[in-house]
Design a protein. Structure first.
Length: 336
C-alpha cells in the first residue's frame, strides 16, 4: 500500500479522530519498518539463524503479525481504497501462519517448555486479533480462506461463542457453538443476533452499535485516541461481519457511529466481483482472475494496467500483484 499524502488523507479519511501524524507513524514505523526488519532477520544465512533462540523467532514474527492487523485498521481509517486492503490481507494471514509455526516450535523447545499460552490468547486483550483476523477476511471477500485461521485460533484456547458462530457461517465445523464469549463485553451481546428472527436482527445490531464503545471499556482500543500513537480507529468490525454473515438489512443503522458501511457494501458485492479462489471469472467473453489467486488456465495473461504488462502463467501458479494504481491487480487471459 502506498502512503497517502496529507491532502489525500484529509479528503479521504474515514475516522474523524485520526490525525495525519498518527497515521504516518503507524504506517512507516509500526508497520513497514517492522515488516522490513523481520524479513531481513528471517532471510539471514542459515548458519547465523542456527544460533538464534526460538523465542526470538516467535517474538519477532508475533510482532509482525500484530502489526499487519494494525496496518489494515490504520489504513482503513485513513481512507485507503478497500481493494488495497483486500490485497494486503493475504500477506497479513501469511504472517499469522508463519508466527504460529514459530510459536509452536518455541513451545516444543526447552526455552518454551513452561509456556501454556495459545498463539492468540483469547482470554487476554489479544482476543481482538482473532476477531479482526476473521472479520477482515469476511469483509474483504476472503471467506474461502477462513479455514486457515482455525488452527491458529484453536491452539490451546477455549471455545468462544462469537468466533464459533462467525466461522460456522462459512462452513467451519465447530460442533455445538459455545454459549459464552471469552471476553464477555461487548461481544456477548452479539450472540442473540444469531438466534433472532429476520425482523429482529436489524434492531439488535443497531442496539449493539449504540452500546459498543462504552461496553468496550475493558479493551485496549478503548480511549486509545488519548494515548500517543496507539490509535488506529474505532470500528465495530464484528457488527459489519455479522451483517454480512447473516445477510441483515442494515438500512436502519448504516449511519451508526463505529459501523464501517463501505466495508459491508464491498463484502456484499465481493461474490459478484471476485471469483472464488482458484475458479475462473468470466467478464463478457474474457477470462479474468486477480492477484494472489491461482492461475485457472495456463497461457499468456495481461494485466489491466496502464500500461498493461503481459506474463505467462502455468495452471495453479499464483497470479502476481503488480501494485496496480487502482488497487488489486486484475489479469485477463490472452492466449495459450
Amino acid at each position: 500500500m502506498k502512503k497517502l499524502e496529507r491532502s489525500s488523507f484529509t479528503a479521504l479519511k474515514r475516522e474523524r479522530l485520526l490525525n495525519y501524524e498518527n497515521y504516518v507513524f503507524n504506517f512507516d514505523v509500526s508497520a513497514l519498518e517492522t515488516f522490513s526488519i523481520v524479513h531481513q532477520g528471517l532471510t539471514q544465512p542459515a548458519d547465523l539463524l542456527a544460533n538464534v533462540p526460538p523465542s526470538a523467532f516467535m517474538e519477532s514474527t508475533q510482532e509482525r503479525a500484530w502489526q499487519a492487523l494494525h496496518h489494515l485498521m490504520n489504513c482503513y481509517s485513513a481512507g485507503h481504497d478497500i481493494l488495497e486492503l483486500r490485497s494486503f490481507y493475504i500477506s497479513a494471514l501469511e504472517y499469522w501462519e508463519e508466527y504460529a509455526r514459530y510459536s509452536a516450535l518455541f513451545d516444543q523447545s526447552d526455552e518454551g517448555s513452561d509456556n501454556s499460552s495459545g498463539h492468540i490468547p483469547l482470554a487476554d486483550t489479544t482476543y481482538i486479533c482473532a476477531l479482526h483476523l476473521i472479520c477482515f477476511g469476511i469483509l474483504l471477500g476472503w471467506e474461502k480462506q477462513l479455514y486457515r485461521i482455525v488452527p491458529i485460533l484453536d491452539y490451546r484456547n477455549p471455545r468462544d461463542g462469537l468466533l464459533d458462530r462467525l466461522l460456522m457461517m462459512y462452513g467451519e465445523d465447530r460442533g455445538e457453538p459455545s454459549a459464552e464469549c471469552v471476553r464477555h463485553l461487548p461481544y456477548f451481546k452479539t450472540l442473540k443476533i444469531f438466534s433472532a428472527t429476520t425482523e429482529q436482527k436489524p434492531g439488535l445490531v443497531a442496539e449493539y452499535l449504540q452500546d459498543w464503545y462504552l461496553a468496550s471499556r475493558r479493551e485496549e482500543y478503548y480511549d486509545s485516541h488519548k494515548r500517543g500513537n496507539a490509535f488506529k480507529g474505532y470500528w465495530s468490525l464484528e457488527a459489519a461481519a455479522i451483517t454480512i454473515a447473516l445477510d441483515i438489512d442494515d438500512s436502519i443503522y448504516r449511519s451508526a457511529e463505529f459501523y464501517p458501511c463501505d466495508l459491508v457494501d464491498f463484502a456484499r458485492n465481493a461474490k459478484r466481483d471476485y471469483a472464488p479462489v482458484g475458479a475462473p471469472q468470466v467478464e463478457g467473453n474474457e477470462l479474468r482472475t486477480k492477484a494472489n489467486d491461482p492461475c485457472p488456465k495456463s497461457g499468456l495473461w495481461q494485466s489491466l494496467d496502464v500500461p498493461p504488462k503481459t506474463k505467462r502463467y502455468e495452471i495453479e501458479q499464483p497470479m502476481a500483484d503488480l501494485g496496480s494504481a487502482y488497487g488489486l491487480t486484475v489479469w485477463k487471459f490472452v492466449e495459450q
